[in-house]
Design a protein. Structure first.
Length: 193
């Protein structure tokens, strides 16, 4: 007979995701996870495995629930420069106000933390980077740009800009400064039309 769980694993994983997102993997212990979820270690290990597996599950959830829906917006058939502007406006809004303000991005934290050395983490990060870059490239292809615009290079630049917004918001940068920075980065694309 299968073991009956007396907790909701999906709800527990959401809390774990938020813990790793807010604090990073390196400073989060299994005891922190147990305290946050209200679960004992044996329940955590039996459901998710060790800290590494728990972190991978949390990062995968973050990508699926938070990061990928935002990038999907850029791949709509009517996407273009307006969609890129809206993407960054939404990103700045989430990073500077509301319940997750100041947390930055779990993906950026993973890029800069020791967990990046894990090949499974690196594969998730590389896969998301390609997704983000390709989404920007799709939006740029739908924009009215100068024919000489390097779509792939500009898409890479915009992906790096998104990482920068995430990093600076975690450092406490204000929304007005982030909006001004994004506007300056996008201005050459608008003037090229």
């Amino acid at each position: 007979m299968a073991d009956i769980k007396h907790f909701d694993p999906a709800a527990a994983l959401e809390r774990v995701e938020e813990l790793f997102w807010r604090n990073g993997s390196g400073t989060t212990s299994i005891q922190d996870v147990a305290s946050t979820t209200g679960l004992n270690r044996s329940s955590l290990y039996a459901t998710f495995g060790g800290k590494r597996e728990l972190y991978l599950a949390a990062l995968t959830r973050y990508l699926r629930e938070r990061a990928e829906p935002a990038t999907a917006y850029l791949t709509r058939p009517d996407a273009g420069l307006d969609a890129i502007r809206e993407f960054f406006a939404g990103l700045i809004e989430v990073r500077t106000s509301g319940p997750f303000a100041g947390w930055g991005c779990m993906i950026v934290s993973a890029h800069t933390g020791a967990e990046r050395a894990d090949p499974a983490v690196q594969a998730l990060l590389d896969g998301y980077h390609r997704t983000l870059r390709d989404a920007f490239a799709t939006a740029l292809r739908h924009a009215d740009l100068a024919p000489t615009t390097d779509i792939e290079g500009t898409a890479e630049l915009l992906a790096l800009l998104a990482y920068g917004v995430n990093l600076r918001s975690r450092a406490g940068e204000d929304a007005a400064t982030l909006h001004r920075t994004v506007a300056a980065a996008l201005a050459p694309l608008s003037s090229a039309c």
